[in-house]
Design a binder for this molecule. Sequence first.
Ligand SMILES: C[S@@+](CC[C@H](N)C(=O)[O-])C[C@H]1O[C@@H](n2cnc3c(N)ncnc32)[C@H](O)[C@@H]1O
Length: 208
Amino acid sequence: MTTFLYKRNLGKRKGYIDGVFGSGRVMEWIRILMNNNFRVIKKTIKENCNDEGNVLDIGCGTGYFSRLFNNANYVGIDNSDKYIKFANTKYGGKFFVMDANKMDFKKENFDVVLMISFLHHLSDRELKGIFNDVKRVLKKNGKLIIIDPVPVNEQSNFIRRFIFSHDRGCCGRSKEQISRLLENYFKIEKYEVRNSLSCTLQLFICGI
Ligand SMILES: C[S@@+](CC[C@H](N)C(=O)[O-])C[C@H]1O[C@@H](n2cnc3c(N)ncnc32)[C@H](O)[C@@H]1O
């Protein structure tokens, strides 16, 4: 239903939106403006993740959240070479073009894996493969931290519903839908819903 709403609302405007967001610089500025400098997401990450150990940010985009990790060994991956080029220029060379479906990291390597505004870009089939691989690369006491918008119909007001209905992601999911996908691989330790300026977000903290 959500996917249907998304497709119906976006229609022919998708090409235009893809064009605008294709540039790393434009993508980062629009997201900073729409998210009030990412105040809510930054606070949520800081509250739930220490700046230490090995951190993997999957679907890191322009690398904005790497600024929260000055002590940790942070690595960001994204399948957009434009965003990774921008991230490496702006935030230093810790970003790699890599498809999350084909990750190339050794077993039990990371203390934290982040997925910020990433899940709704992937199909259920892709996510199952990615969760399986995340479980492989996480240390036994590691954490998977997911921050993703709730589906359009659960966004907390008309403006947030309007904004998320124009998102490029295919697959906004409810708590239940994400939980069903996660529970074959992880234990969900914490769930919260928070409002940022433009979006109602859900947070999952998962252990193995
Ligand atoms: C909404 S952006 C979020 C970027 C960043 N996490 C942030 O919050 O600023 C989603 C990102 O996922 C990336 N992405 C989508 N599918 C991917 C895949 N299969 N492998 C790696 N990255 C992917 C996109 O290129 C995009 O940069």
